[in-house]
Each structure stands twice: as structure tokens, then as C-alpha cells.
Design a protein around this ligand. Structure first.
Ligand SMILES: [Zn+2]
Length: 358
């Protein structure tokens, strides 16, 4: 209920004026709009909670554009049924400024949108589409107005927000993966994993799959989400590297990892750690599928570590701040060093399982 109440404060900041709003805006927003503000170290508990809940809150808001001044061009829903960032992820990830307002972009005739890459191929096609969409929008003199999509009259209610949080079990799970700066596909994969819904063999069997062996492709034991990401010899090797390098884990299961540990990290650290964990989970899943569908073998644990590093590196550019990207780069380097060091000291140690091609 607390989180739903926080939504009320955010709504008041968006839609009402008063002494409280002025004070809060002066203290936390300086000259930015609410949609551009992120949590910072040293924020009060109250503000920290507000910033934690903001991405979920905003996902239920739609902005009717007036002068475009309080609306985030990339991150608010104002054109189409999702944010521009979600509709054009290939442009968003190379955008130099991700905090522009709609007014700043449209009044400059889109020339304030600058990208760190040349727009060629699919990016160019996206760019043309984005330009077409924006050409249909005209700014006016009135203020932007925020519409709450969960109620008929468009006005925020604690009850509707609470229900939405509860129904979708968002209170717990959204904060785990939806605010990470990784491709949407990976967020979805993590979300499904959390819900125990990805198609490991035990889940296939529950759906009446009759495809034969239910053995893990890596080690031959029964495959399940629990096995693949926590108990298998492959993932245990990864967890032990993470333990040595970053003092992370080991974890007993998903609940232990995501709820008991991850959600208690401070928000800045959490977002970076989350990107790393997403890379670990994604690598294991991709590798498992390659072994499964393309008959590849994994002969060396370094392959797994290199892949984790590869995914982390390719998501660096998506991070909000350059500092975040730099920290990820450092983590990648540490992980690479650690793996090669460990393996050379063990004279080319490999997984002791024949399924891995020994
Ligand atoms: Zn296994």
C-alpha cells in the first residue's frame, strides 16, 4: 500500500501546484522536470522511495501534449502506446541526450536530437519513421496534462494503482528487472525466469512435451530453472568466479538472489549489478539453447565467461551515465583477468563432465 500512496505524491507533483510542490521541486529537481530526475546518493528516505516507484508510476501515465515542457521526449508515453525509447530502442541507445523534453526536441525541429553513431541501415529507417510520427504533433500554449491510464476519468487513484501493482505482482518483481538498462528482450527473459516460465525441460514436461530426455545439456542431471541457474556445474563455476571477484553469492535460489539480496542493494549499485546478473542469466540460457538446438559443445568454461563479458560490454552503451558504463567496463576486465588467471593456474582446468566435450 505504501508504494501506491507514493504514487499519490508523484501525481500531485505532476498535476497540482502549491507550497509543498514548490519546496520539493526546489529541493530535488532544480530546473529539471520530474520525468528527468533520478535518485541520487544522499537522498532522503522519502525521496528515495518516490524515485524507486517512479518508473512504474510513469508506465501508467500518458501525457497529452500542450507546450511539451514537462514531458520527457524519450521516456514518457506521449506519442503511440509506449515510450519513444521503447518504440525506437536502436535510436535511443545511441542518443547523446536522453533527458530532452518534447518541447526541446520539437521546437528545434528535431535538430536537438544528436546521436553518437551515423544513422544508417535500420537506424536510418527508424529515424525516418520517428520524423514522420513527430511531424503530426503540434505544440500549443497550454501546459502538458498527465492522464492516469488506470481510471476512466484519467485521474490518479491510490486504489487503482494498488490494484495494478498487486494484480501484476509488480510490487516485488518490476523493480527487479524493468528498470535495468538492457534490451527489452532480455528484460522479458529475466521476467519470465523470475516467474518460472521459461521453457526448461521440467516446464516443457508440464505442458505435455514428449521430447525425450529431461537431462541438463551441460551435466546430464534433471533440468529446471533452479538447476540451470543455481545448481549445475556450469553456473556454479560462474558463481564461484563472482564470489572471488565481487564477493557476490553464492545463492540458494531465485528468491534468495533477487528478493533477499538484490533488492536490498542501494539503487545505483543495484542497476549495475543487475546488468551483470542479466548477462550471466542470458549467457547461460543462450549457451544452453545453442548446445540444445545447434549441437554445439562447450569445451571450456572460458567460453561462458567470455560471453558474459561480451553481453556486459554490449550493454555498456545503454547505461544512463558514462560512469555506469565505466564501472561495467571495469567489472568486465576484472572478470576476464580472474577467469584466465584461475584457469592457467589449474593447468587448463576444464569442466569434468563428458557432455561438455571432454
Ligand atoms: Zn546441469
Amino acid at each position: 500500500m505504501n508504494k501506491a500512496l507514493m504514487g499519490k505524491w508523484l501525481w500531485k507533483l505532476d498535476n497540482e501546484e502549491g507550497i509543498w510542490q514548490t519546496l520539493i521541486k526546489r529541493k530535488y529537481c532544480s530546473n529539471k522536470t520530474l520525468s528527468q530526475i533520478e535518485g541520487r546518493i544522499g537522498d532522503s528516505q522519502f525521496w528515495k522511495c518516490m524515485m524507486d516507484i517512479k518508473p512504474i508510476y510513469r508506465s501508467f501515465c500518458r501525457v497529452k501534449i500542450g507546450n511539451g515542457r514537462i514531458t520527457s521526449f524519450w521516456n514518457d508515453i506521449w506519442l503511440g502506446s509506449s515510450t519513444i525509447a521503447d518504440q525506437f530502442p536502436n535510436l535511443f541507445c545511441v542518443a547523446l541526450r536522453k533527458d530532452l523534453t518534447v518541447a526541446e526536441v520539437l521546437m528545434s525541429n528535431l535538430s536537438s536530437l544528436k546521436f553518437r553513431r551515423n544513422l544508417i541501415g535500420s537506424r536510418f529507417r527508424s529515424w525516418i519513421r520517428l520524423k514522420q510520427m513527430c511531424s503530426g504533433v503540434h505544440l500549443s500554449d497550454s501546459d502538458d496534462s498527465v492522464v492516469w491510464s488506470l481510471s476512466k476519468n484519467g485521474v490518479f487513484s491510490v486504489k487503482s494503482f494498488y490494484k495494478a501493482l498487486k494484480v501484476q505482482n509488480l510490487v516485488k518483481d518490476r523493480s527487479v528487472c524493468w528498470d535495468l538498462r538492457i534490451p527489452l528482450k532480455i528484460k522479458l527473459f529475466l521476467w519470465l525466469t523470475l516467474k518460472n516460465k521459461i521453457l526448461t525441460k521440467d516446464n516443457l514436461l508440464k505442458r505435455g512435451w514428449k521430447g525425450g530426455s529431461k537431462n541438463c545439456f551441460f551435466c546430464g542431471k534433471d533440468e529446471s530453472i533452479q538447476h540451470l541457474f543455481f545448481d549445475c556445474v556450469v553456473i556454479r563455476f560462474v558463481w564461484s568466479l563472482l564470489k572471488i571477484g565481487f564477493n557476490i553469492g553464492p545463492f540458494a535460489n531465485q528468491d534468495h538472489l533477487w528478493r533477499a539480496w538484490y533488492l536490498n542493494l542501494n539503487i545505483h549499485l543495484r542497476k549495475l549489478v543487475g546488468v551483470g546478473l542479466a548477462a550471466v542469466f542470458w549467457t547461460i540460457w543462450k549457451t544452453r539453447n545453442e548446445v540444445c538446438f545447434q549441437n554445439k559443445t562447450v569445451k571450456d568454461p572460458l567460453v561462458i565467461v567470455n560471453l558474459i563479458c561480451y553481453w556486459m560490454s554490449s550493454w555498456m552503451i545503454l547505461q544512463k551515465s558514462e560512469e555506469g558504463g565505466r564501472k561495467l567496463a571495469l567489472a568486465v576486465r576484472l572478470l576476464e583477468h580472474l577467469a584466465s588467471d584461475l584457469i592457467s593456474r589449474n593447468h587448463g582446468w576444464k569442466f569434468s563432465t563428458n557432455l561438455l566435450g571432454e
